[in-house]
Design a protein around this ligand. Sequence first.
Ligand SMILES: C[S@@+](CC[C@H](N)C(=O)[O-])C[C@H]1O[C@@H](n2cnc3c(N)ncnc32)[C@H](O)[C@@H]1O
Length: 244
Amino acid sequence: MSNDVMYENWASIYEKYTCIRGRIAEADETAAFLDRCASGGNALELGIGDGRVAVPLSERGVKVEGIDNSDSMLKLLAKRTDLVKAWKGDIANFRSEQRYNLVYCVYNTFTFLFTREAQLSCLRSAVDALNDEGILVIETAVPDLDGLVNGQKTSTMLLDHENTILIADVHDPLKQNMVSTLLWFSGTSVRRLPHRVRYVYHQELDTMAECVGLKLAERWEDWARGAFSGSSKRHISVYRRTGL
Ligand SMILES: C[S@@+](CC[C@H](N)C(=O)[O-])C[C@H]1O[C@@H](n2cnc3c(N)ncnc32)[C@H](O)[C@@H]1O
């Protein structure tokens, strides 16, 4: 199953899920960070989803556009705003007439491209969409392989009086893939939400970026610009064009 088909299932719970994960609470801080990167210009979001970040960014005066391959997610966005223009497409391979000050891909979306080729192709498309001074921002998790037993693990993501959310992961080390199913029990219902990622370590991401003419300019562990360290759970990497 490809991730576009998978995300169709996520749309109905996306807002609740991102709220539980603290992602709605940090959306304004994310937008403030990206606003500075856009330097008063325009921005393109890869995997725009329901506009969690694009909407507050556009409210700051940045002209935001976006791409997503899920009809359901695009519908959520359209319901929320008409300020943000978005179209259906594959971030692994896109072309835009427009050039942007900022292209960004947040909340692990880059790793939803579950082959190395798709990830490289996405970076190539992103560089082509940037203007000469343009900036690419990628936010992604530091790979977490702790706790795997025979390449598998099941963890509890949330347990409260209404919800139990479990995540079952199966690791494919050859492809750097983590194939996961989130099981969300709520009342008498259970939802099964599958997804697959190709995790990347920050140095591999830098190497891929260099291959397409980008150079790391900044790296942080959160949107408040905390220092990235060996214990960071994610990174926010800011790349500039090298002019190659
Ligand atoms: C984790 S959500 C992030 C949504 C939004 N960026 C946010 O931060 O809340 C990932 C989004 O990427 C989209 N997506 C996944 N793979 C994609 C692909 N190959 N091309 C376009 N969109 C994709 C999904 O439909 C989903 O909306």
